[in-house]
Write a protein that binds this ligand. Structure first.
Ligand SMILES: [Zn+2]
Length: 238
């Protein structure tokens, strides 16, 4: 029993709300700013290679410049924004052909192998979560708006990350996450065919994982990446 409850004069009170609330609000500003600017960049509302004015963003969102700057540096870490001397923050250019090819080259090296390992090493619980995620991905919804498409991109990123984690090799997980693949490829294209086909291909991957079949899992992931490459390569800059 605590000493407070023995003393009738001490009434337990909730912790003072002011300070924690302020911190939370400030970080909420950063998160809001981050997701709104990210959405504007992903939807090409702010086109690639375009200067972002911190001042006008702050006025548009009705907040101070500090959370905007913080959000922009988070976006810089994701590769969606670059900081240039004398100019300030700019949206990154979309991938050119060479960058796109490099990205898929490394994906094709790592992800089919990760799927192979995941077929053998992924826990049943992780596999159930993965299948749940795959079922949640709705291509019809994704075609309705840019925001839902953006959500689809996040879910696709999560799908691939969970399989990487299923490989039980942290270096594979880290290497892939550092590439920020999904932010870059989903900026290339907003179209129904991308999402419809991807969902069907994901099903083949999850099926092979459920059957604990390493060969099939590797082949299904390779096929998914090769088809993604074909769907998207035409939208890259020469
Ligand atoms: Zn995918």
């Amino acid at each position: 029993m605590s000493s407070e409850s023995k003393n009738p004069r001490v009434v337990p009170v909730a912790p003072a709300p002011e300070n924690p609330r302020q911190i939370k609000r400030a970080s909420g500003f950063v998160e809001d700013a981050y997701s709104r600017i990210r959405e504007d960049i992903m939807s090409l509302k702010i086109p690639p290679n375009t200067r972002i004015s911190v001042d006008s963003m702050a006025r548009e969102f009705g907040i101070s410049q500090t959370p905007i700057r913080e959000a922009l540096s988070m976006l810089e870490a994701n590769g969606l924004v670059t900081k240039q001397r004398f100019i300030g923050y700019c949206t990154a250019p979309t991938l050119n052909r060479k960058q796109f090819e490099e990205l898929f080259e490394i994906r094709l090296l790592l992800e089919p192998y990760a799927a192979r390992c995941a077929a053998e090493r992924m826990s049943d619980k992780a596999l159930i979560d993965l299948c749940g995620l795959a079922l949640e991905m709705n291509p019809d919804q994704a075609a309705q708006s840019r925001t839902l498409y953006d959500q689809f991109a996040d879910q696709d990123a999560e799908f691939h990350e969970q399989i990487a984690r299923g490989s039980n090799n942290n270096l594979i997980v880290e290497s892939l996450s550092r590439l920020h693949i999904h932010l870059h490829i989903f900026r290339l294209r907003f179209h129904r065919e991308v999402t419809n086909e991807a969902v069907a291909e994901h099903t083949l991957v999850t099926k092979a994982l459920q059957q604990r079949d390493p060969d099939q899992a590797e082949a299904a992931m390779r096929a998914h990446l090769e088809k993604s490459y074909q769907r998207l390569v035409k939208f890259t800059r020469e």
